[in-house]
Write a protein that binds this ligand. Structure first.
Ligand code: PMP
Length: 406
């Protein structure tokens, strides 16, 4: 059983904020997507209800009001990650689109044959495939930083591997499989040391640790709203203004232009030039509400809460012989494991019978699975709504799995 002091020491009790989570259901798949607090659902409903209109074009009051709300969301994001200005915030469909945008519009323009891109072994497919696509197109090569024994990106190895041919480094701030936290500032210093730019994939970091892009010093930072208690279909690309301003547009269409004629079209400055078409207006308002919610709880508190749950889970599981725990002991909010002789899908199915929802599979990180020597893992990931009772339910479910499989 989980030590009840966890609940006393880290009194984050938010279940009432999530009336859609049924009682007795242990939702442990927040790394895939988070459940939504009622304040976010309400903000979305309100936006589609009495205040709904398009942005940027309307001359009537409701559209002007919606434009103010949409741009306020951009300012809220800028403050959340301590960007220099809201013009540095590009709304995308999600982290995947943000990475593709940088791959096509920065790397696709700047890189040439013989240049190199540095990734790590633990990257999500969305931080691998876009770089492969651009590397193939321009004739660049990709290098892969290995992991340390305790499953962190090995920055000492990266320091030894980096050369002036490396033009771009792209790394996950927090691994979606292992929960390992990157020293993003050191990674940035290493990249900049050879003149490379660095993109940080912050999908799993923004819901779990306070992120300050100015302090990190990186060049690009991406994340998705739906893992941050916000809606699907919207995400953020932050970029240094001088880089964004020098990048060509990603897609053509309405809103991203300065002036259009059949002879010549000129483009709006960033971020508008990267937001062709009617944007995900309501998504931006939902993201605003989600950031207000998360910051209201406090990221330090959230981090302490999730760290305590991870610690309790790892302690309980390390007592079961057949369980192999992956990732470092101080992983952020995420615990991956395997059970000898049991496929992770079977673990997931049996746990689901006990109303415990985990993820089982390769987690869009097939190269990492190969490096770990497993076809798949079982992954429990925590959010603000989880508590010691969820750890207990998980551990009881795993005990049942080991009984069933002898
Ligand atoms: N990077 C990481 C580390 C992720 O966990 C995810 C989502 N699983 C992504 C990128 C892609 O995010 P999305 O599918 O929301 O674009």
């Amino acid at each position: 059983m989980v030590d009840a002091t966890i609940a006393r020491e880290q009194p984050l009790d938010t279940l009432a904020d999530f009336p859609a989570i049924p009682s007795g259901w242990a939702y442990l798949d927040t790394a895939a997507t988070s459940q939504k607090p009622q304040v976010v659902v309400d903000a979305i409903t309100r936006a589609y209800d009495t205040t709904y209109a398009t942005v940027h074009r309307g001359v009537y009051q409701r559209s002007a009001d919606m434009t103010v709300a949409y741009e306020a969301a951009r300012r809220r994001v800028a403050a959340f990650i301590n960007a220099g200005s809201d013009a540095e915030i590009v709304f995308t469909r999600g982290a995947t689109e943000g990475i593709n945008l940088v791959a096509q519009c920065w790397a696709g323009v700047q890189l040439k044959a013989g240049d190199r891109i540095m990734l790590s072994m633990l990257e999500h497919h969305s931080n691998i495939v876009p770089w492969q696509m651009v590397a193939e197109r321009v004739g660049a090569a990709i290098d892969v930083v290995p992991l340390t024994e305790d499953h962190r990106i090995d920055l000492d190895a990266m320091a030894a591997m980096l050369t002036p041919r490396h033009k771009l480094v792209a790394l996950a701030h927090v691994s979606n499989v292992l929960g390992s936290v990157l020293d993003a500032r050191r990674a940035t210093e290493l990249a900049h040391g050879v003149g490379a730019k660095i993109l940080i994939d912050g999908c799993q970091a923004v819901p779990r640790i306070a992120v300050d892009v100015s302090e990190i010093g990186c060049d690009f930072y991406v994340f998705s709203a739906h893992k941050l208690y916000g809606p699907t279909g919207i995400g953020v690309l932050w970029g240094k203004p001088e880089l964004l301003d020098a990048m060509p547009p990603y897609q053509g269409g309405g809103s991203m232009i300065d002036r259009v004629s059949f002879a010549q079209t000129t483009y709006a400055p960033a971020p508008g030039r990267f937001e062709a078409g009617t944007p995900h207006i309501v998504g931006a308002l939902g993201l605003h509400a989600a950031i207000d919610y998360v910051e209201g709880l406090g990221l330090e508190r959230i981090h302490a809460h999730e760290t305590a749950l991870v610690r309790a889970t790892r302690e309980a599981l390390s007592g079961i012989n057949s369980v192999r725990l992956l990732g470092p002991a101080d992983s952020a909010g995420i615990v991956s494991f395997t059970i000898e002789g049991v496929h992770p899908h079977d673990i997931g199915t049996i746990l689901d019978e006990g109303r415990v929802a985990i993820r089982a599979g390769h987690h869009c990180a097939q190269p990492l699975m190969e490096a770990l020597g497993v076809p798949a893992t079982a992954r429990a990931s925590f959010g603000v709504y989880n508590g010691p009772q969820d750890v207990d339910a998980l551990v009881a479910g795993i005990a049942r799995v080991t009984r069933i499989f002898g």
